[in-house]
Structure formats: structure tokens, C-alpha cells
Design a protein around this ligand. Structure first.
Ligand code: SF4
Length: 205
């Protein structure tokens, strides 16, 4: 079972296959892993003891960065993200990034994102589209069109507690839509990275 894996010399963390979205570009549609790692489909969601054991066993030589990502939305297990990040910080001092769809407050309405403060050094949020209607079409969240505003609110609130906040968009939407995403990113002063759509699972972040 692959909980930690090496991708581009960073330690990636795979703690859940759960996700409230069905993004049209989701890498999970095209295979069961990334690059030459073992399958990222989990036999079960690892508990904290399993995560700690997997972390200790993982070869972290030369690695300075950890990334919550994997084959699912990490914040489906928001409590475990916090616990795992605390443990990684204590044991390694690695810089930690969270890749997320930004919907944690719809997934867990009682979760206080201030718990990420001091643990999550960078957050990459999937903007995916320039408005709620297109977001709903591209991301297909189980929460419907309110998801877009929830994601934007999450990004703005993370700016208050996290040193680095960024948006991503995958280039499956039109140039005009990407341009509108750029305008949103400028207005909110959150940098945007345009990612190429990948189908070969060899390039992914
Ligand atoms: S949010 Fe991430 S894991 Fe979930 S469907 Fe979209 S790309 Fe896949």
C-alpha cells in the first residue's frame, strides 16, 4: 500500500482515495499511479500508526519537501492531514504543501482551517474554472454550484495564515476562460499556474 511516494524528489503523501469531485481531467481516470510508483489505490485508509510506520520506512534521503496529494482529496481526512503534518514537522522539519480542491469547509463544516497554521507552508488550490457554472461542469462536485464560492473563500482565508497560496487551472478549458482565471488571480492576488493536461501519468503535481 503506497502512502508515501517519491515524485520529482519530493515526498508525496497519499492518505485517502476519497473525493467529493469528479474532475473531467482527474489523473485517476487514466491509470493507477504516477510515474513508476506502485498503485496509489489504497487497500484501506491508513490509520495514524500506519502512516507513522510508513513515514519512518520511507527513504527520505535528500528530500526537503512533502506534498499532500495522492489519489484523492487530502482534506477528506482533514484531521489526519493536521496530525500527519505535525508528525512530519516534528520528525523532519520538511516544508509541507497541500494540494487541494479547496472544499474542506463543505466536506467538514466544523473544521477550523486555522489548524493548518504553522503546519502547511504552501497550498495549491484547484481554481479549475472562471465561474461557478463552468466549475460545476469541469469539477463536478457533489455539493453543486456553491462549491466555487466556497473554494474562493477558502483561498482568501488561507492567505491569512499560509505563507504561499496559489491557484492552478488545467489547460482543458478555453484560452478565453484561462484568461478570465488570470483576471481572478490578479484581483485576489493569488498567483495562477496553468497546468498541462496529462494522460500519461508521468507529469503531475
Ligand atoms: S479534486 Fe483531485 S482527486 Fe478529486 S476528482 Fe478532482 S482531480 Fe481527482
Amino acid at each position: 500500500m503506497t502512502v508515501f511516494y517519491n515524485f520529482e524528489k519530493k515526498m508525496y503523501i497519499n492518505i485517502t482515495n476519497g473525493c467529493p469531485c469528479r474532475c473531467v481531467f482527474c489523473i485517476r481516470n487514466n491509470g493507477d499511479s504516477v510515474y513508476d510508483n506502485d498503485s496509489l489505490w489504497l487497500e484501506h485508509e491508513p490509520d495514524f500508526e500506519e502512516i507513522k510506520a510508513a513515514f519512518e520506512a520511507f527513504d527520505k534521503t535528500g528530500m526537503t519537501d512533502a506534498v499532500f496529494c495522492g489519489f484523492g482529496e487530502p482534506t477528506v481526512r482533514a484531521d489526519m492531514v493536521v496530525k500527519t503534518a505535525e508528525y512530519i514537522k516534528q520528525r523532519s522539519g520538511m516544508r509541507i504543501r497541500l494540494n487541494t480542491n479547496g472544499l474542506v469547509r463543505l466536506i467538514h463544516p466544523d473544521f477550523d482551517i486555522n489548524r493548518f497554521k504553522g503546519l502547511i507552508d504552501a497550498v495549491s488550490i484547484s481554481l479549475n474554472a472562471p465561474d461557478a457554472k463552468r466549475y460545476n461542469e469541469v469539477t463536478r462536485p457533489s455539493f453543486g454550484e456553491k462549491s466555487f464560492d466556497a473554494m474562493i473563500d477558502f483561498a482568501l482565508d488561507m492567505k491569512k495564515i499560509c505563507p504561499s497560496v496559489g491557484f492552478t487551472v488545467v489547460d482543458i478549458i478555453s484560452e478565453e476562460e484561462i484568461e478570465r482565471c488570470r483576471q481572478i488571480s490578479e484581483e485576489l492576488q493569488i498567483p495562477l499556474r496553468v497546468r498541462a493536461y496529462v494522460t500519461d501519468n508521468e507529469s503531475y503535481t
